[in-house]
Design a protein around this ligand. Structure first.
Ligand SMILES: [Zn+2]
Length: 333
């Protein structure tokens, strides 16, 4: 979501409903544009996951949804659930919501020639989502579905196969840095966070807090122990990092992921202006280990899945223990 896919879908909906668009963009001034600005255009519908305790359909949650959109368009599922005060609940797009989508899209548009549905996180459509298939395949006249997903591989195949996929590339480092500076963030911190964030603006905002990373020594120690197969030390690391608390642990893991990715990329790109001298030294030494590229790739993947599981409230120490063994296995082939 940090690449701006939702922002893009909203901009597209705005353009499609604008009464006097220019060649490049919506006018920003007509009554449609003004309604889109507050996310209240009657022909731009929203659907998204929510916990069953919060309501029956997405329209019960339009208030908090608009608040969230006004705050930032670069938020993810966890941010949204936190916004609802439901971080420990499971979000869903239930059958009632699917029926409500069908109902609202079956009506004629109110003000525009088109009706648009922005369905955020279609990954959360379970088998009940199949009731939407017919409509997605043959939408009523003037109806446009914009599915905004994070991981297409988690979308029901029946749905995915009826859509046209557009991958939103990562943002440019320079654009992220500029956006951060416009938020009042000091230039060198902005540059460093932009460099580390993998083109993800949301991630860049998180990284701002830790550009002077308190996590470096810990990751350096862990990777060293994994390499020398000091498994008792690796287990101690899993224990220690596992007690960081969920948010702290997520930031900790994101840092480790950025470090491993930097080591992976450095094979090809001799450019690393934003790492501190200590991190630079470490990366140089790491490269001399000559870990093969597939193994590096696997390690990056292992950290990514660990983050995924942590975000879903898995047992942190168990996840880190598994990760510790996985990395030890790959780091030295
Ligand atoms: Zn307009």
């Amino acid at each position: 979501m940090g690449h701006g896919s939702l922002a893009l879908a909203l901009a597209y909906a705005k353009l499609l409903t604008c009464q006097q668009p220019s060649e490049q963009d919506a006018c920003g001034e007509c009554s449609s544009c003004r309604k889109n600005k507050t996310f209240t255009h009657p022909d731009v519908h929203f659907s998204f996951p929510f916990p069953s305790s919060s309501g029956d359909t997405a329209s019960d949650l339009l208030g908090p949804w608009r608040e969230q959109l006004s705050e930032t368009l670069y938020f993810n599922y966890e941010d949204w659930m936190r916004h609802l005060g439901s971080e420990n609940k499971q979000g869903n797009i239930p059958i009632k919501e699917c029926r409500s989508i069908i109902k609202s899209l079956s009506l004629k548009p109110f003000e525009s020639a088109r009706k648009i549905l922005i369905l955020w996180m279609p990954e959360f459509l379970g088998q009940e989502g199949n009731v939407l298939l017919k409509m997605i395949e043959e939408p009523p006249a003037g109806t446009i579905f914009l599915l905004v997903a994070e991981k297409t591989e988690r979308i029901l195949n029946t749905i995915l196969s009826r859509t046209q996929t557009m991958r939103i590339p990562p943002l440019l480092i320079s654009d992220v840095a500029t956006a951060l500076e416009q938020k009042g963030i000091e230039a060198s911190a902005a540059a460093r966070a932009a460099q580390l964030c993998q083109g993800d603006y949301r991630h860049a905002l998180q990284l701002i807090d830790q550009v002077q990373s308190p996590y470096f020594e810990s990751w350096k120690g862990f990777l060293g122990n994994a390499y020398t197969r000091k498994m008792d030390q690796v287990a101690a690391w899993a224990d220690e990092a596992g007690s960081l608390g969920r948010e702290g642990l997520k930031a900790y893991m994101q840092y480790g992921l950025a470090l491993l990715r930097a080591a992976l990329l450095h094979e090809y790109v001799d450019q690393r202006p934003e790492w501190s001298p200590q991190e630079g030294d470490f990366l140089d030494k790491f490269l001399k280990l000559n870990v093969d590229i597939d193994a590096m790739d696997r390690m990056v993947g292992q950290v990514e899945s660990a983050i995924y599981e942590i975000e879903r409230n898995g047992n942190a120490k168990m996840i880190l223990t598994t990760l510790g063994y996985g990395i030890s296995k790959n780091i030295r082939n």
